[in-house]
Design a protein around this ligand. Sequence first.
Ligand SMILES: Cc1cc2nc3c(=O)[nH]c(=O)nc-3n(C[C@H](O)[C@H](O)[C@H](O)COP(=O)(O)O)c2cc1C
Length: 207
Amino acid sequence: MPDYLEFNPSEIDRREVYRLLTGSVVPRPIGWASTIDKNGNTNLAPFSFFTVVCVVPPMISLTIARNPDGSEKHTLKNIKETGDFCFNVVTEPVWQEMVDTGNAIPEKESEFDATGLTQLAALKVKSPRVGEVPIHFECKLHNVFEFGPNKHPLVIGEVVYFHVDPSCMVNGYINMEKLLPIGRLNGHFYSKLGQILEREFEDGQPR
Ligand SMILES: Cc1cc2nc3c(=O)[nH]c(=O)nc-3n(C[C@H](O)[C@H](O)[C@H](O)COP(=O)(O)O)c2cc1C
């Protein structure tokens, strides 16, 4: 066994904690969130502190850190304003555009215009969807929880509608080789799918 390095989070600086978290919880799916404000300005930004929360009802979470001055990021402001957002799956053909949407731009400018990505209307929510990706979830805000001294916000959204490009579906499963998802690693690194491994549970039941 290795002679493990040891870290007490209360004794190391925040950047080091961030590097331990983001280097160990990998690869992370990316919650690419599209929103709109009350004046109709659209926004698109990636969040890799993102996961599935619940199946009944379907729920997902996004952790949207505050800006260094304590203000809310545009995505969070918009979600609170309209009560909704869309999650767009990040795929290989658009991963560079996804990174571009992580740049801070003025509130009234849209990352859709900056990247040339297409806005599609949603059915149940006001927020737009990204036309270039095969899967979108329309979500309604369920709750915002705040953690720690910086009131770090965790957004829980209920999925009220799913859109899936049929070319990604094979026998009722979303097919990973057709979807081509992108994950976030640490630093400036991202990942494509590697070799896909398969092993059934002993009960033989489909999942
Ligand atoms: C791949 C990737 C993942 C990111 N993950 C997060 C995250 O989980 N939480 C967060 O607050 N910011 C995250 N960011 C940074 C935000 O995307 C960035 O602050 C963005 O400008 C926020 O946009 P907004 O102010 O329009 O909401 C990430 C950036 C990239 C490129």
